[in-house]
Write a protein that binds this ligand. Structure first.
Ligand code: LMR
Length: 396
C-alpha cells in the first residue's frame, strides 16, 4: 500500500523546531517559529490566564461535548473583540463566529466553506505570505496564486503592484490579507492604502479573507483591529480568522476562531449552519479548556484589563529588541544600514539574508530562522542578542 509514498519535505517553520531541539550548540537561539519569549527566554504563562485557570479549578466543571460552533461566551467574546461589542454588525446579528482549532483552524474552516460555495474561485495570497496559507487553500482544493506585496530591492511594499494584481483578479477571487503585522515581512500597508484595497475588493467583487493572528502586537488591540471596521463599513461580506496563540501565549491550546459577516441575521444563520457542517465532518466540535480560559478573560473587565497590559508589555519588549538588534549589529561590525528592522512591525523581521546565509547561521552558530530570511524578533532577549548579532555579522 505504501511503497510509492514519497517522503514529504519538512515543514518550513515547525520543522525547524525539531532541528533546533536536536542541536547540541549551547548558544543556540530559536528565531524560527513565531513564538514570544520573555527576557529570560521563557515562554510566558500570562497572569490573566493563571487567574482564569485558578477560578476554573476552584469550581471544577465536567467536560461534556461543546456545541459544534464552540462555547457561546467565547464566540461572543471574539465578536466583541474583532468587531466591537456595540457595533451595528454584531448587534444586528450579521456576524457568525465559530470557535476553531487555532487561527489555522479558522482559515481551514473558511477555506472548506468557500470551496463549497464557489468551487472554481482562485485564491490570492501575498508574495510572500505565511508559508501555510498556500498549503491550507491548496489542500482545500483551490488554485493559489500570488499578488505582489514585498519589493526586496526597495525593502518596502509594492503597493502599485498589489493594487494592479487585485484589479486584474476575476470576480469571486478569494484574497487572503494580513490584517496586521504581516507575516513574514513585518511591513503593513497604511490606513489610506487599506481604503484603496477595500475599494478594489468592492468594485471587483472579490472576497476578502483577513487573517488576524497578531492582533495587539502592532500598535494596540483596537488600532490593529481597526481595519476590520473599514471592511464592515464598506458593506462587504468578509471572513476573519482569529488566533489567540500569541496574544494569550496559549500556543498549545489551539484557540482561534472564524468570523463571517453576512448581509442580515437570517443569512448569517444559514452561513453558520454550513460552517457547523464543515466542523462536524472534520473534528466534530472544539476542545473545552483554551476556549474557556479566553472567554473568562475577555468577558471579565478586570482580567481583560490585565490581559491588555500583559499584551502591551510583550509589544513594547519586542519593539525594544528591534532597536537593540539594530544597535547590536552595528556594534558587531555590520556597516550596511539595518534600521529597517525598527520600521517593521509585529513578531518578525524579514532580514534580507539569503537561504545560504540562513543555513550558515544555523549550522555554524545555532541561530535558527527560516530559509526565507525571516527571524522572530520576539524570541530575542538581553542574553542572546549579542550572540545573534555577532553571528549575523559573520554571515553578512
Ligand atoms: C509562524 O509563522 O511561525 C507561526 O504562525 C507559527 C506557525 O504555525 O507557523
Amino acid at each position: 500500500l505504501f511503497t510509492a509514498v514519497e517522503m514529504a519535505p519538512r515543514d518550513p517553520i515547525l520543522g525547524l523546531n525539531d532541528q533546533f531541539a536536536a542541536d547540541t550548540n549551547p548558544s543556540k537561539v530559536n528565531l524560527g517559529v513565531g513564538v514570544y519569549f520573555d527576557d529570560n527566554g521563557k515562554l510566558p504563562l500570562l497572569q490573566c490566564v493563571q487567574a482564569a485557570e485558578k477560578a476554573m479549578m476552584d469550581k471544577p466543571t465536567p467536560r461534556g461535548y461543546l456545541p459544534i460552533d464552540g462555547i457561546a461566551a467565547y464566540d461572543n467574546g471574539v465578536k466583541a473583540l474583532v468587531f466591537g461589542a456595540d457595533s451595528d454588525v454584531v448587534k444586528s446579528g450579521r456576524v457568525s463566529t465559530v470557535q476553531a482549532i487555532g487561527g489555522t483552524g479558522g482559515l481551514k474552516i473558511g477555506a472548506d466553506f468557500l470551496k463549497k460555495l464557489n468551487p472554481n474561485a482562485k485564491v490570492m495570497i501575498s508574495n510572500p505570505s505565511w508559508e501555510n496559507h498556500r498549503a491550507i487553500f491548496q489542500n482545500a482544493g483551490f488554485e493559489v496564486v500570488n499578488y505582489a506585496y514585498y519589493d526586496a530591492a526597495t525593502r518596502s511594499i509594492d503597493f502599485a503592484g498589489m493594487l494592479a494584481d487585485l484589479n486584474a483578479a476575476p470576480a469571486g477571487t478569494v484574497v487572503v490579507l494580513h490584517a496586521c503585522c504581516h507575516n513574514p515581512t513585518g511591513y503593513d500597508i497604511t490606513a489610506a492604502q487599506w481604503d484603496q484595497v477595500i475599494e478594489v475588493v468592492k468594485a471587483k467583487n472579490l472576497v476578502a479573507f483577513l487573517d488576524m493572528a497578531y492582533q495587539g502586537f502592532g500598535h494596540g488591540i483596537a488600532e490593529d483591529g481597526a481595519v476590520i471596521g473599514k471592511f464592515v463599513a464598506a458593506g462587504l461580506n468578509i471572513f476573519v480568522s482569529t488566533s489567540f496563540s500569541k496574544s494569550f501565549s496559549l500556543y498549545g491550546e489551539r484557540v482561534g476562531a472564524l468570523s463571517v459577516v453576512a448581509n442580515d441575521k437570517e443569512e448569517a444563520a444559514r452561513v453558520l449552519s454550513q460552517l457547523k457542517i464543515v466542523i462536524r465532518t472534520n473534528y466534530s466540535n472544539p476542545p473545552t479548556h483554551g476556549g474557556a480560559v479566553v472567554a473568562a478573560v475577555l468577558n471579565n473587565p478586570e482580567l481583560r484589563a490585565q490581559w491588555e497590559a500583559e499584551l502591551g508589555e510583550m509589544r513594547v519588549r519586542i519593539k525594544a529588541m528591534r532597536q537593540k538588534l539594530v544597535d547590536g549589529l552595528k556594534a558587531a561590525g555590520v556597516t550596511q544600514d539595518m534600521s529597517f528592522i525598527t520600521t517593521q512591525i509585529g513578531m518578525f523581521s524579514y532580514s534580507g539574508l539569503s537561504k545560504e546565509q540562513m543555513i550558515r547561521l544555523r549550522s555554524e552558530f545555532g541561530v535558527y530562522g527560516t530559509d526565507t530570511g525571516r527571524m522572530c524578533v520576539a524570541a530575542l532577549n538581553s542574553k542572546n542578542i549579542e550572540h545573534v548579532c555577532k553571528s549575523i555579522a559573520a554571515v553578512i
